[in-house]
Design a protein around this ligand. Structure first.
Ligand code: MRU
Length: 328
């Protein structure tokens, strides 16, 4: 699988996810400001991958001799919803404080955030594989795969582990308007791995969930509140409601670093608003009248009552989530 993000002598190298699947272009960020811009403009995206990028951005800032608090503030201001961003910055801050800003230790920690994330995704996969029904279809939304993490993926990690365990499954990937992470990234990743995948438009999900063909839904998360409410890519909530209505289990796969137990419910999760042009244009081509007003929330919150289970590297949480998440 292609590397999502790496620390190299030349800088932080990431595959440009805006160009996939048509071009595989790697960009090298040589400063913390370039890392911040890469997170903001979605060169790199997906909650765990954003966390890894932020950790590496902090290390780059230290190498540049920039003011530590300015570096942290700049990176924290990029995208508001994925809590992994703030988790990674706090982790780097702890090392900075404990080591009095030791550069080698900061770089080491940033690299550790990356390789730990791969191991965490593999554990999530192992823990979730048994939940995937054999011989059925798995529906997923957005991209919670290797590209959204340091490697292997969360939701796609569960799918990969189920396939490795010998289960005969196939995948329906929602295209995920407006940024098309499903069409561009999930479809590409699974095709690359030889996992049977069919691409559908978002408005087909209800049709397939009603058909009896889908054995479960597995998605990732950007932030999970203490009560089990889940923020994830816009459209996830609609899929969750349709899954419940049709008796299809709805699973969320996420690392512990995506839990935000400081907030009681999803109502407190900040929802990022992105540019109108993501809605009015497709690949630069206008599809709406000029000057049309637009709404573009990038995430929605799925209330915990629609979530059958939350799969983490430490085990599987079920309702009541206030207890099960805290004990994990
Ligand atoms: O806007 P994005 O592409 O960063 O949104 C990504 C998602 O919503 C993912 O499902 C989530 O971050 C989990 S990634 C393992």
């Amino acid at each position: 699988m292609v590397e999502t993000i790496q620390w190299t002598d030349a800088g932080v190298v990431m595959i440009d996810q805006r160009r996939l699947p048509r071009e595989q272009i790697f960009v090298t960020c040589k400063s913390y400001k370039e890392v911040a811009e890469a997170i903001r403009n979605m060169t790199i995206r997906g909650a765990p991958a954003i966390g890894v990028a932020a950790a590496m951005g902090v290390a780059l800032g230290a190498m540049e001799g920039a003011d530590f608090e300015t570096v942290c503030k700049t990176l924290a201001a990029t995208r508001p919803t994925a809590v992994n961003l703030f988790w990674a910055i706090e982790r780097m801050r702890r090392v900075h404080t404990a080591s009095n800003g030791d550069l080698a230790l900061l770089i080491e920690e940033a690299k550790r955030v990356r390789w730990e994330d791969i191991a965490i995704c593999e554990s999530i996969g192992r823990n979730g594989a048994s939940l995937v029904p054999d011989g059925k279809t798995v529906l997923t939304h957005c991209n919670a795969g290797a590209l959204a993490t340091a490697g292997y993926g969360t939701a796609l990690g569960v799918i990969r582990a189920a396939v490795s365990a010998g289960k005969k499954i196939d995948v329906l990937a929602d295209e995920t308007r407006p940024f098309l992470q499903g069409a561009r990234l999930t479809a590409w990743e699974l095709q690359h791995d030889g996992i049977p995948v069919k691409l559908i438009t978002d408005n087909m999900a209800g049709y397939f969930l009603h058909s009896g063909r889908v054995g479960c839904v597995v998605v990732g998360a950007d932030r999970i509140a203490a009560n089990g409410d889940v923020a994830n890519k816009i459209g996830t909530y609609s899929v969750a409601v349709l899954a419940k209505e049709n008796g299809v289990p709805f699973y969320v796969a996420a690392p512990i670093s995506t839990l935000d137990l400081n907030i009681a419910s999803g109502a407190q999760i900040p929802i990022e608003r992105r540019a109108d042009s993501e809605v009015t244009h497709v690949f630069g081509v206008p599809v709406a009248p000029e000057n049309i007003e637009v709404e573009n929330p990038a995430f929605d919150v799925t209330p915990a009552r629609y979530v059958t289970a939350i799969i983490t590297e430490r085990g599987i949480a079920r309702a009541p989530y206030a207890d099960s998440l805290r004990s994990l």
